[in-house]
Design a protein around this ligand. Structure first.
Ligand code: FES
Ligand SMILES: [Fe+2]
Length: 404
C-alpha cells in the first residue's frame, strides 16, 4: 500500500543502531532471579513517580503514604508546618513499627501506635513516652529516615538511593524540550483506575508501547479511528533517550463519527479528538504528527505522563513480583465549566477505561506462554522499537547485554 506511512517501512532502526534488529530474549520477563536483579540495580535507585501532584497536598500536615512493592518500602510524603514537602521511610525509629496507614490524610504529627513515640510534620522526633527510662537517647538524631524527594512540573518523585545517580532534573532533561510546556496546572484529577495483573511488569507495559496492535486489540473501542490506508497505525514519531525514557506519538484517522462521538466532540476535547481542532497544545507533538492523537511519554522504567488535546493521564506499571504487576492510571481534565463539558469528559473516561482494559487483555496469557518456555525470544518490528529499547536498557542496567 502506498500511503506515506508505508513509503519507508523501517524508519526507526537506522536511528538507533545500538539496539540492533534481531530477536529479543524473553527470559528477563519470567525469571524470578532477574526480578531481584532489577530490584537492586534499577528500582531501588530510580526516581519513582508517585502519581501524586504537589496540589494534592496543599496544606501543612497533608500527607500521603504508599507502599512500593518493587522497592519494598513504605514511603510517607508530608507537607511540613514550614510549607515544605518531604519524604520519609514510614518507619518509627523506636523499634520499626509502621507509622502511618496507607492512603492520604491530614495531621499535626504522627504518633506511633506501638509505644506512642510522636513525630512532627518535618519528620523530627517530638516526644518520647516514658523517656526517663531510656539510656542516652539523642532525640535529635532519631527523626524519621529521610528519602530524597523532588518535583518536576508539579509531579512528586522520590528516590530511595542514598545518593541518587542523577538529579530528577537531569533524568527528565530531554523531556524539557517537548513535554515541559504542557499546561498540567490547568487540569484537575478526574479519576483513577487500578488493575492487578498476573504478568511481569515489562510484559504488561509492552502492550502499551506500540500502536501496531491497534487494529486488533482496540477494534471495538477505537476501530473507527484506523483507516484502510494505514491499517496498522504506523507510528510517525518515536524518540528514545539514552537513559531509557521514551516518547511515542499515536495518531488517529479522521472518521465518520458515531452518535456518542458526535455528542461528546461537540461539547469539548475528548480522548479521541473533538474540541477546538485549530487549538495548539504546547508540550505535545501535535505539529509534527499527521492526525496527531496523543503522546506517550515513558519515564524509565515503568511510569508515563501521556498528553493529548486538553487532557493528560499519568500511569505506572508497578512491579509487585516477577509475575505480578499493578497497573494504575490517574486522568486529568480541565475543571468543567458547564454540564456539557462533563459529558465530553465522561465519554473520555469510558474510552480510556475500555482502551486500558483492552491493552491489559493479552498480558496474562502472554506471560503464561513465555513462562512455559515454548518460545525463548520475541520478533519485533520497527514499529515495536520502544519494546526493544526497554529490554536493552533493563539488560544494560542489570549488567547483561542483549544480542544485537
Ligand atoms: S515502635 Fe514506635 S513507639 Fe515503639
Ligand atoms: Fe493499546
Amino acid at each position: 500500500m502506498n500511503s506515506p506511512a508505508n513509503l519507508n517501512p523501517r524508519p526507526f532502526a537506522p536511528r538507533y543502531p545500538q539496539l540492533g534488529t534481531g530477536p529479543v530474549p524473553v527470559s528477563s520477563a519470567v525469571d524470578p532471579a532477574f526480578f531481584e536483579l532489577e530490584r537492586e540495580r534499577i528500582f531501588r535507585g530510580m526516581w519513582v513517580n508517585l502519581i501524586l501532584r504537589e496540589e494534592d497536598l496543599p496544606k501543612p500536615g497533608d500527607y500521603f503514604v504508599r507502599y512500593l512493592e518493587a522497592q519494598d518500602a513504605s514511603i510517607l510524603v508530608v507537607r511540613g508546618d514550614d510549607g515544605k514537602l518531604r519524604a520519609f521511610h514510614n518507619v518509627c525509629t523506636h523499634r520499626g513499627n509502621q507509622l502511618a496507614e496507607e492512603g492520604a490524610g491530614h495531621c499535626k504529627g504522627f504518633q506511633c501506635n506501638f509505644h506512642g513515640w510522636t513525630f512532627d510534620t518535618r519528620g523530627r522526633l517530638a516526644f518520647v513516652t516514658d523517656e526517663q527510662r531510656f539510656h542516652n537517647l539523642d532525640k535529635s538524631a532519631l527523626g524519621l529516615p529521610a528519602v530524597h524527594l523532588d518535583t518536576w512540573r508539579g509531579f512528586i518523585f522520590v528516590n530511595l538511593a542514598k545518593r541518587p545517580a542523577q538529579t530528577l532534573e537531569l533524568a527528565m532533561a530531554e523531556f524539557n524540550q517537548d513535554l515541559k510546556p504542557f499546561p498540567f496546572e490547568q487540569m484537575v484529577l478526574a479519576g483513577r483506575y487500578r488493575y492487578a495483573v498476573n504478568a511481569n511488569w515489562k510484559v504488561t507495559m509492552n502492550a502499551f508501547q506500540e500502536s501496531y496492535h491497534g487494529a486488533f486489540v482496540h477494534k471495538l473501542s477505537v476501530g473507527q479511528c484506523i483507516s484502510p490506508e494505514d491499517p496498522y497505525l504506523a507510528v510517525q514519531r518515536i524518540k528514545l533517550q539514552e537513559n531509557g525514557n521514551q516518547s511515542v506519538s499515536v495518531h488517529l484517522a479522521p472518521h465518520d463519527l458515531s452518535p456518542a462521538e458526535k455528542l461528546a466532540f461537540g461539547f469539548g476535547a475528548t480522548f479521541t479528538q473533538g474540541g477546538e481542532a485549530a487549538q495548539a497544545f504546547p508540550g505535545t507533538a501535535q505539529a509534527q504528527v499527521r492526525d496527531w492523537g496523543f503522546d506517550l511519554n515513558i519515564i524509565f522504567p515503568y511510569s508515563r505522563i501521556n498528553v493529548g488535546a486538553g487532557w493528560y493521564y499519568v500511569d505506572a506499571f508497578w512491579p509487585v513480583a516477577h509475575d505480578k504487576t499493578v497497573y494504575e492510571l490517574a486522568y486529568y481534565f480541565p475543571m468543567p465549566q458547564r454540564a456539557s463539558e462533563m459529558i465530553s469528559q465522561e465519554y473520555s473516561k469510558i474510552v480510556l477505561r475500555d482502551l486500558s482494559r483492552e491493552d491489559l487483555a493479552t498480558n496474562e496469557a502472554t506471560h503464561r506462554s513465555l513462562r512455559s518456555g515454548a518460545i525463548r525470544q520475541m520478533m519485533l518490528s520497527d514499529q515495536e522499537i520502544a519494546v526493544r529499547h526497554l529490554y536493552h536498557t533493563v539488560a544494560a542496567r542489570c549488567g547483561k547485554e542483549l544480542a544485537k
